[in-house]
Design a protein around this ligand. Structure first.
Ligand SMILES: [Zn+2]
Length: 213
């Protein structure tokens, strides 16, 4: 099983990747982890990526693509993988096609998490974060024991800048614009499998097993 997971920020992509990984015993490949790994191992692309990240800049596509290529040459991806957070653009999807073609690997599923903008805003704007220990709370589904205070360390909880409604709306707009062409591309290839973003976490394992099994 060779899967890409596509979904807007706050839709539960990472949770799904983690559950699928457990059910089918497959590695989850995320760009963030790959970048950190390449930097730790001081690979050519890793060293290059570090110069951008140290300055707080976005790592350019060609370096990200190079790191994916390095990762895809490891033996653990032969039986399958779950790509989470990559590709993010048509340029990256083209690069991935090349990488997979060179290895004779074919994608089997593109899992698309379907969730309305309103629901995402509802989820993210009710999120509260601890600036000290990074614990995440949700005013409805995971409220702190004492209002506005972190259970773990007692710090005052904050609404992160990028969880504010106008910032979320902007992130969603950017996401929809860059991802729509990817959905169309994979739809043409018959790879899209949709997963309802509102499936409750308790039912997620069975839902994904049925969808992909
Ligand atoms: Zn805390």
């Amino acid at each position: 099983m060779k899967i890409i997971i596509l979904g807007p920020p706050g839709s539960g992509k990472g949770t799904r990747a983690h559950i699928i990984s457990e059910i089918f015993d497959l590695p989850v490949i995320t760009t963030g982890d790959m970048l950190r790994g390449a930097i730790r191992e001081k690979t050519e692309y890793g060293l290059e990526a570090k110069t951008y990240m140290d300055l707080g800049d976005l790592v350019p596509d060609d370096i990200v693509n190079g790191i994916v290529k390095e990762r895809m040459s490891r033996p653990d991806v032969v039986k399958g993988f779950i790509l989470d957070g990559y590709p993010r653009s048509v340029n990256q999807a083209d690069a991935l096609d090349e990488i997979l073609k060179a290895k004779g690997i074919k994608l089997t599923h593109v899992l698309s998490v379907v969730l309305s903008d309103e629901e995402i805003i509802e989820r993210l704007s009710k999120r509260r974060s601890c600036p000290v220990c990074n614990e995440i709370y949700h005013l409805v589904s995971k409220p702190p024991k004492k209002k506005g205070v972190c259970d773990k360390c007692g710090a005052k909880l904050i609404l992160r800048e990028d969880d504010k409604e106008d910032v979320i709306r902007h992130r969603l707009q950017v996401y929809r614009e860059t991802t729509q062409p990817l959905l169309e591309r994979y739809e043409k290839q018959g790879l899209i499998v949709e997963t309802d973003g509102e499936v409750p976490i308790e039912g997620l394992r069975d839902h994904l097993k049925e969808l992909l099994g």
